[in-house]
Design a protein around this ligand. Sequence first.
Ligand code: AHR
Length: 504
Amino acid sequence: MKHAELTIDPAFSIGDIDRRLFGSFVEHMGRCVYTGVFEPGHPDAEPGGLRRDVVDLVRELGVTVVRYPGGNFVSGYCWEDGVGPVEQRPSRLDLAWRSIEPNTFGLGEFMEWTQLAGVEPMLAVNLGTRGVQEAVDLLEYANYPKGTKLSDLRREHGNAEPFDVRLWCLGNEMDGPWQIGHKNAQEYGRLAAETAKAMRLVDPRIELVACGSSNRQMPTFGSWEATVLDETYDYVDYISLHAYYEQHDNDLASFLATSVDMDGFIKDVIATCDHVRAKRRSRKTMRLSFDEWNIWYESRFEGAHNQSWDDAPRLIEDDYTVSDAVAFGGYLVTLLNHADRVAIACQAQLVNVIAPIRTEPGGPAWRQSIFHPFAQAARLARGKALQVSLRSPEHGTAAYGAVDSITAAASYDESTGSLSLFIVNRSTTDPIEVDIDLRGLPGLQVTEHQLIHDNDPTARNRAEAPDRVVSHAQEGVAVDGDHLKFTAPAISWTALALRPEAHQ
Ligand code: AHR
């Protein structure tokens, strides 16, 4: 059997893991909001229409922060349409997804949902069709305590206390020609800087995210970030990254290795941020918000232009397989291995639309395959990300050449002495014996060993078989001396939790 060696030592840390690395995203798109998180009349809905069965799954998933309301949707959105008495709210055309937006769910409902779900809100302002004034107005409505037109309007709408939203995105994917109100880098950079300055005058405690590129393949990638950061470096805290991957041409080996691309993307953006820092002789280190990432079978999507103007259409409700869960695990490993610079990450999206949670209107909610690696990483990756010294067998891929068959991340919680390991075998053919050298962490015992693997890598969950793909708890793997050994089957995700004996 092939053999990989990992060495882990708490002396070699990457950085603290920001809990906001386990974020997600709720957009007014398809059935993410309507019949996803919100469905008045559903048997499991709260009196206000929030689906309790979905909230329970969101809590189990372990999501920490949720970005809202878009996405492409936000670039044509008037937030004022979604507040106040529901019966007075207008229906509008949603140009991004050619849908009818009823506005029965808006900021107040979202904030109530964040409370129920126990997540931090991350709001995006519209810098497509709107600008500085509307962003400042929304912030006044959301965060100013009372005694002004918009803070008092929030109070009239039943929210006496400010929402106190700290994280704000300055628009969405403004580099994309598909974006309503698309801008070039100079135009966007100026608008983002002026919006950031004005928003900080309203509330200096907020943190701001400038739009980076929509993906690494954009023709403007690199120069977009450099120009935008030239304009915004002193006014923003994060630059965003977005990436969606899918399997092309039945090439599973390349697909399972797409985390190689994600890793390169992050490194490229860090290099660009640091180039701008050097030019400005700045002491500030820009951090990254990877605020849309996932697998999206985009090649199967005909595009919004073909939609008829429907309410809550079934858009991009991709079913995820075991292989998808393994590729997805590779992205979690990659994000953890960049914990020093990636502070925020939002898996996109949370419900129905390319999502770990699926629902049927009036019917059940269930977990997709990708739910499981996310939930395990969100629960177990605590404290610091540790460097993993790795010697892995390689295999060839058409897209990325020779890649390590094993990719791994580790976290260490000093307060409890707990170690967690996340290991992906992205070989399509070879089981690999993984030998972990734990000399730097004596006295640990395995408390949990989870495996996602299946003889049928195309297996998936459906409403009628919601637990066809689950994580399997393993028994029998133990630390022997300074080493922990186990076999990672081909196409598999493993999560291991270890604790000092005294903490068992
Ligand atoms: O998540 C779906 C869409 O993907 C978002 O609206 C947009 O930001 C991205 O292109």
